[in-house]
Design a protein around this ligand. Structure first.
Ligand SMILES: Nc1ncnc2c1ncn2[C@@H]1O[C@H](COP(=O)(O)OP(=O)(O)OP(=O)(O)O)[C@@H](O)[C@H]1O
Length: 374
């Protein structure tokens, strides 16, 4: 699937501002970003519900810009399951197949009795419905109505209705957001497994970076109608292209320390002196430190941050230590819960795990070292 220069405007507002994206066949790609960044609009553009103002959408080897949703060979799965309440689960899943294979007359209550081929087609459809229901573990529920199902079961029915169409791509808009936390975690695993089994392309929209990071082959992080960074979950986490990306990906979020780069290559922050191994423009910079890149050190260890503890959160296997630097910056450290948290401590930083961002917020690529006073 290929998107080229997609622009979408609502009145004066540009909601998609020139999106270019190549999605490989069979890939699980997630569009993630804050509310209002345009991810749902982009998905609806691919589906054909929302014509773009500029640009081209190609699915497989076809340009689909002029095709209605039903002819694009994609299936959309929504957050609100949009099931027919008066139909059984089997009826809901069968609907797309009936629409495709039976004529209008064959679907009408009285006329359908006159069709000699209808019973055979109905049997074939029900066999497919059962096969899909078996894959989704909802076979015993086929005779129920949506109101008699849990949220997770309804979501499976909605998935089943998409699966029977055997589309080239599944387009999913926050499909798990109505589920409780425990079920969401379980469905994440199930969706990832389903994706592997089906081998189809998944384009998935969520505002939840954990969902994006755990299921996807690649993630496109969007902000204000643009893609800020596209890459594997590991690439976004380990080499964020900007402060915006670094902030959005990771929980608890990355720590950001204001710093000053000097012409001689020194970078000063909170009384620490780092040095860059490459050329850097002098001026204001920001250091990014993931919570797990901070380590406990005895108080007053040279070359460490002498912080004061605000709050310690016990997560079982690890502590989240909320601390504040002498300069007044809040930090969170994630440390193993092997020992009780000492009353006084310092935080050691590993310069190899620091991220450096310039005054414009973009990543600066350079190797950093730490000068520890003798
Ligand atoms: N039909 C519409 N008419 C006018 N503005 C719209 C319309 N649909 C969406 N928008 C605006 O376009 C922007 C992007 O909306 P979109 O739904 O794509 O965002 P999103 O990233 O999916 O956000 P969320 O996670 O809150 O759903 C928002 O500012 C929204 O208000």
């Amino acid at each position: 699937m290929t998107l080229r220069g997609i622009v979408k405007r609502y009145g004066p507002a540009t909601v998609l501002d020139g999106i270019d994206l190549d999605i490989a066949p069979g890939e699980f790609l997630t569009l993630v970003g804050p509310s209002g960044c345009g991810k749902s609009t982009l998905l609806r553009t691919i589906a054909g519900f929302e014509p773009q103002d500029e640009g081209q959408v190609r699915i497989g080897d076809r340009v689909v810009d002029r095709l209605p949703p039903a002819e694009r060979d994609v299936a959309m799965v929504f957050q609100s399951y949009a099931l027919y309440p008066h139909m059984t689960v089997a009826g809901n899943i069968a609907t797309p197949l009936e629409m495709r294979r039976l004529s209008l007359a064959e679907r009408l209550p009285l006329l359908r009795l006159a069709s000699p081929r209808r019973p055979r087609i109905r049997r074939e459809i029900m066999a497919e419905v059962e096969a899909v229901a078996r894959q989704l573990d909802i076979l015993p529920l086929l005779a129920r109505k949506p109101a008699q199902l849990s949220g997770g079961q309804r979501q499976r029915v909605a998935l089943g209705r998409a699966m029977v169409r055997d589309p080239a791509a599944f387009l999913m808009d926050e499909p798990l957001s109505n589920l409780d936390a425990r079920l969401r975690v379980q469905m994440r695993t199930e969706l990832a497994e389903l994706h592997k089994r089906l081998g189809a392309t998944f384009v998935y929209v969520t505002h939840d970076q954990v969902e994006a990071m755990t299921m996807s082959d690649r993630v496109a992080l969007m902000e204000a109608g643009r893609i800020l960074q596209l890459g594997t979950p590991a690439a976004l986490y380990d080499t964020p292209a900007s402060i915006s990306v670094a902030r959005f990906i990771g929980s608890p979020p990355i720590n950001l320390l204001p710093a000053e780069a000097r012409a001689d290559g020194a970078i000063m922050t909170e009384g620490l002196r780092l040095h860059a191994h490459g050329a850097l423009p002098a001026g204001r910079v920001t250091l990014g430190l993931r919570p797990e890149a901070l380590e406990l050190a005895p108080p007053e260890t040279p070359g460490t941050l002498p912080v004061s503890l605000r709050r310690a959160e016990n997560l079982g296997a690890e502590w989240l230590l909320h601390a504040v630097t002498p300069g007044g910056t809040d930090l969170v450290a994630r440390v193993p819960a092997t020992a009780p948290v000492p009353e006084r401590f310092s935080l050691a930083i590993d310069p190899a795990r620091l991220h450096l961002f310039g005054a414009d917020g973009q990543r600066l690529v350079t190797r950093l070292g730490l000068r520890v006073p003798a």
